[in-house]
Design a protein around this ligand. Structure first.
Ligand code: AMP
Length: 291
């Protein structure tokens, strides 16, 4: 695995792959790599000849009082994990290489970015889409893999690529969970032992919604209420939102169907966590860490 830092170096490495007629796959991350990220590398590997993974904690997508400064960073560990997962190129741009000056032109993500995560974190998705577009412009991959764990982000990236005619194919891969159901997240590292236990309320809430749906309930409101009740019953867990949406447009559904996504965000102590499930698939549709 080759590690590159500068943008020109990454551009040159990508050009070599494309000139050789090989397909380039790309997995953008903010590092603190875990089995969820590594499953995206494997997914990219299955669809491309060469896989590039980027690690960049993007300041543009953090609000002023969010965790940018304390976001976990460990380049050595990320390098070892990326290599073991089969990445060929690891791109670790420095902040001032990515943004030599604060960008004046950014991506406007449109109305889909104003609900859910976008409502709680104003400006977040403009920051995400701006960095994703920059990364795609430098890497120019044939295919890029994102996680369904961040389902609203994945929908917005798909929409950006469609609306702005980006040449990259976008693949969205299943959420990877711990054996007990907790979705892997770099932010799980913030959780103390007691919080880690309470955080299981998120996947339990999704399971409760799925169970009601499988029992024949089709009113989205009732499915959402079942999930919300589980979260609200857990002390130390504060709900930001729970809803059932149509996956394409990200608007609240009235009738739940197999494609509907039950999504939620909650704070466990000071840590914000997200999770979601497609009602038709249930949590069994997701992957589990091995071993
Ligand atoms: P992040 O490093 O949190 O920005 O995430 C980088 C990519 O990994 C995004 O496409 C995420 O959706 C994806 N990802 C994060 N957690 C998981 C998970 N548990 N399972 C699958 N993909 C994930």
């Amino acid at each position: 695995m080759r590690i590159v830092h500068g943008l020109p170096e990454m551009r040159a490495a990508s050009a070599v792959v494309r000139r050789g007629g090989r397909r380039l796959g790309f997995v953008p991350t903010m590092g603190a790599l875990h089995a969820g990220h590594l499953s995206l590398v494997r997914e990219a590997r299955a669809r491309a000849d060469v896989v590039a993974l980027s690690v960049f904690v993007n300041p543009l997508q953090f609000g002023p009082h969010e965790d940018f400064a304390r976001y976990p960073r460990d380049a050595g560990r990320d390098g070892a994990l990326a290599e073991r997962a089969g990445a060929d190129l690891l791109w670790m741009p420095a902040g001032d290489a990515m943004y030599p000056e604060p960008p004046s032109v950014t991506v406007a993500p449109g109305p889909m970015a104003e609900a859910y995560e976008g409502a709680v974190r104003p400006g977040h998705f403009a920051g995400v889409l701006t960095v994703v577009l920059k990364l795609l412009n430098v890497v120019q991959p044939d295919v890029a893999v994102f996680g369904r764990k961040d389902v609203e982000q994945a929908a917005l990236v798909r929409r950006m690529v469609l609306d702005l005619d980006v040449r990259t194919e976008i693949v969205v891969a299943p959420t990877v969970r711990e054996a007990d159901g907790l979705a892997l997240s770099s932010r799980n590292a913030y959780l103390g032992a007691d919080e880690r236990r309470r955080a299981l309320a998120l996947s339990r809430a999704l399971a409760a919604g799925v169970a009601l749906y499988r029992g024949g309930e089709r009113r989205a409101r009732a499915v959402v209420a079942a999930a919300r009740a589980v979260l609200e019953a857990e002390p130390g867990v504060a709900v930001d939102y729970v809803d059932c949406v149509e996956p394409g447009a990200f608007v609240a559904a009235e009738r739940a169907d197999d494609a509907s996504v039950l999504l939620l965000a909650a704070r466990v102590g000071a840590t914000r966590l997200l999770d979601n499930v497609a009602l038709g698939e249930g949590l069994e549709g997701d992957a589990r860490v091995e071993g």
